[in-house]
Write a new protein. Structure first.
Lengths: 316, 418
């Protein structure tokens, strides 16, 4: 089992460096190609259907998925979920139903998922995709703390979608609720409509806003600030951070790390969970781990009474 | 001229210019630093500017409905205040749109609301409705002034030049053309009434339709918005007519104010009834979040906004003034001023308490950062920008009132009506 994990980490690392290299060359690459799939990625949200089909095409044609170790009977759930993921990626987009299961009995409230998510998506101050809510239950000496990680619920009936005045957000066929940062006008109506407070506003804050300019090569606004301008890859598109340019001024939320999923990697919160409490996969695939867990009797969803039909499940 | 001095128009001009200068600092901050110096954010995403927007747009709808009494229902007693009602309507509409435009994360994308409208969204509908309303209002204002603009074209100075330009080449001052204007005004006003109700109702529906916010989520919300709009709009108009209306201090002016006083008192009573219903049902309801919002209004950090500003200065004192002073235009004007001014507190108490209650237990302390808090008080920049939008509203009104024939009604005009 340990070997499995090692191998897995290696493959993941390789994949990550590949992605980074890809990103560096992407600008050049874009200019060269200037059409086809990549151009269609740049189309505004009005042509959202075209956008998603182009993306679907791109992902199903992607052959270089991480190489997984041979299947063993009691393998790490991470490996199993990556196997599930690869199976799902071979299906057309519309047949996938990305879902998350969070086992609250295993969550220790370490906030690893929150932090790794912020690192993966380079979240600026004031934006959070996956906070962990803490609730104290009981009276001393019979007291315990309950931790509830709260990603975007990727609802089947998302109340945030209908309220958008410019159709900048929609539910993809694979159940992920997408935001087109180029289309969003930043009115924040969707924030008010979400019953889970899953959407936050990127007001344009930076961690180094009030930092002084340092002289050395590492400290100071100029040098350390490089981290703040590294592009993010929300919804599979490259977004370098520039003042006043999207996603600044937009509403942002968790997207199940769709840019990772489509490269065969699990969402960052899932792989960083120290207790293996977060599970991810295709609920339409009855062989997948998440489908198995969703079928358990102790499963629940947040605010079921709202009729939003979340795709995030909790095990109690 | 002497009368103009007494009316305090000069004082208001000075006040507006000072406000504009303060406001420009806020605008500068907003343009340079974007939303970083604002206190609204992720958990309380809407703040003072959204409240200012619904406040000003309510004043616009209210003043417009009063003008409709003149142009559609031929209420003779009010006919001389038709144009000033339309001017207030236009000025507050411009202020409202400015306020909400500055609130957007991407101001340059505002046109998408028209080009890429999502009609599943109430906000999508609202944009179209108030676009039509804006156009209709501009036309109606023009037809209401057309003859007077032609008459003023010959005047020396800025008002003459402005009037001449605004005639857009129209020179027909025949009785026939005046009858024609009246007909057009009636039609435009007739379309305007349902349009004003629909667009301000839709502003209310933006809040009323949000299921995630129990305090907003009520069929009563759009109705409260409308009644509040009529009340605050009529109140502002009364105050404006007393100081800057036609034939200030005359018997006819007095009669207008007295009639308006009765209208305001009726609307105030109805508004209080609706509010009472909303608050008491909310407090008794089994929806904890709704009760929490109402408790926040009544006993939260900003309890004084409700009790002192709204109930004290916005309901009790105006009610006493209106009842005791039913024959005193001065008291009625003061009541109108108080109601119109303090109504911003009602709008703030709609927007903020609906958002200031965490939707999930434990969210308050789960993650920190700018905008990730559930308490809200506008920042200095937000106040300054608010002052800017109010000063622009004032400026539009003052320019119209000073340089356009908003007050003067030619004697011939009156003959035609008979």
């Amino acid at each position: 089992m340990e070997e499995n994990t090692k191998e897995l980490i290696q493959t993941e690392e390789k994949n990550l460096t590949a992605t980074q290299e890809n990103n560096i060359h992407r600008n050049v690459f874009l200019k060269k190609i200037g059409g086809g799939i990549f151009a269609s990625l740049l189309l505004p949200g009005v042509l959202s259907n075209k956008f998603t089909t182009a993306l679907a095409k791109a992902t199903t044609e992607l052959k270089e998925l991480p190489k997984l170790p041979k299947q063993t009977p009691n393998e790490d759930v991470i490996v199993r979920m990556m196997r599930d993921l690869q199976r799902a990626l071979k299906k057309p987009l519309a047949e996938r139903k990305w879902s998350m299961v969070i086992d609250l009995r295993k969550c220790v409230g370490c906030d690893s998922c929150t932090i790794s998510c912020a690192a993966e998506n380079k979240l600026p101050p004031g934006v959070v995709y996956r906070p962990v809510l803490t609730e104290e239950v009981g009276v001393y000496p019979n007291v315990s703390e309950q931790f509830i990680p709260r990603p975007c619920m990727q609802c089947n009936k998302p109340p945030c979608v209908d309220v958008c005045p410019v159709s900048a957000t929609w539910r993809r066929e694979d159940s992920i609720v997408e935001i087109d940062y180029d289309q969003c006008i930043g009115c924040r109506y969707c924030i008010t409509a979400c019953p889970y407070s899953a959407r936050t506003f990127d007001a344009g804050h930076d961690y180094l806003d009030n930092a002084t300019d340092g002289a050395t090569s590492l400290t100071g606004k100029e040098k350390a600030g490089k981290y703040e301008v590294i592009p993010i890859f929300d919804y599979g598109k490259e977004w370098p951070r520039k003042e006043g340019v999207s996603p600044e001024g937009n509403v942002r939320k968790c997207h199940f790390c769709v840019h990772r999923i489509e490269k065969g990697l699990l969402p960052e919160c899932t792989v960083s969970c120290i207790g293996r409490a977060t599970f991810f996969g295709d609920a339409n695939d009855h062989k997948s781990l998440v489908a198995e867990l969703i079928g358990k009797p102790n499963v629940m969803r947040l605010k079921e009474e709202m009729g939003t039909e979340p795709n995030v499940y909790y095990l109690m | 001229m002497n009368q103009e001095k007494k009316s305090g128009l000069k004082f208001v001009w000075t006040l507006t210019i000072v406000a504009l200068i303060i406001g420009i600092f806020g605008l500068f901050d907003r343009m340079v630093n974007g939303h970083t110096n604002a206190n609204y954010g992720s958990y309380v995403p809407w703040g003072l500017w959204v409240a200012a927007y619904i406040y000003l747009i309510g004043l616009s709808a209210g003043a417009f409905i009063m003008s409709a009494l003149v142009y559609v229902f031929n209420v003779k007693a009010l006919e001389k205040v038709g144009k000033i009602a339309l001017l207030i309507s236009l000025a507050t509409l411009i202020g409202a749109l400015l306020s909400i435009w500055l609130d957007l994360g991407h101001m340059g994308r505002v046109w998408r609301m028209i080009i890429h409208t999502n009609f599943s969204s109430v906000m999508g509908w609202m944009v179209w409705l108030y676009s039509f309303y804006f156009i209709l209002l501009a036309f109606e204002f023009w037809f209401a002034m057309r003859v007077d603009l032609i008459n003023w074209s010959g005047k020396i100075g800025l008002s003459g030049k402005l009037s001449k330009f605004l005639t857009f080449g129209s020179t027909d001052i025949s009785d026939e053309s005046k009858v024609n204007d009246k007909k057009k005004l009636k039609i435009l006003g007739g379309i305007g009434i349902p349009l004003a109700i629909a667009f301000h109702g839709s502003v209310g529906a933006i809040f009323g339709s949000v299921g995630a916010r129990p305090y907003w989520n009520s069929g009563l919300t759009p109705i409260i918005f409308l009644v509040g709009a009529f009340l605050s709009g009529a109140a502002l108009l009364t105050f404006a007519v007393y100081f800057w209306g036609p034939e200030r201090g005359s018997e006819s002016n007095k009669n207008v104010i007295l009639l308006m006083g009765k209208i305001i008192l009726g609307l105030l009573a109805f508004d209080v009834l609706l509010e009472y219903s909303e608050i008491t049902i909310g407090l008794w309801s089994s929806v904890p979040s709704e009760t929490a919002s109402i408790k926040l209004i009544l006993f939260g950090n900003y309890w004084w906004v409700f009790w002192f500003v709204h109930v004290g200065l916005g309901i009790i004192i105006p009610a006493i003034l209106l009842i005791s002073g039913y024959k005193s235009p001065k008291k009625i004007a003061l009541a109108g001023f108080l109601i119109a001014l303090t109504f911003i507190s009602v709008r703030l108490n709609i927007v903020i308490p609906g958002l200031a209650i965490p939707e999930l237990k434990g969210l308050r302390d789960a993650y920190t950062g700018p905008g990730l808090i559930f308490t809200y008080f506008p920042s200095l920049m937000e106040w300054a920008v608010f002052i800017f939008t109010i000063s622009i509203t004032g400026l539009v009104f003052l320019i119209g009132r000073t340089y356009l024939p908003v007050i003067e009604v030619s004697s011939k005009d009156i003959e035609v009506e008979k």
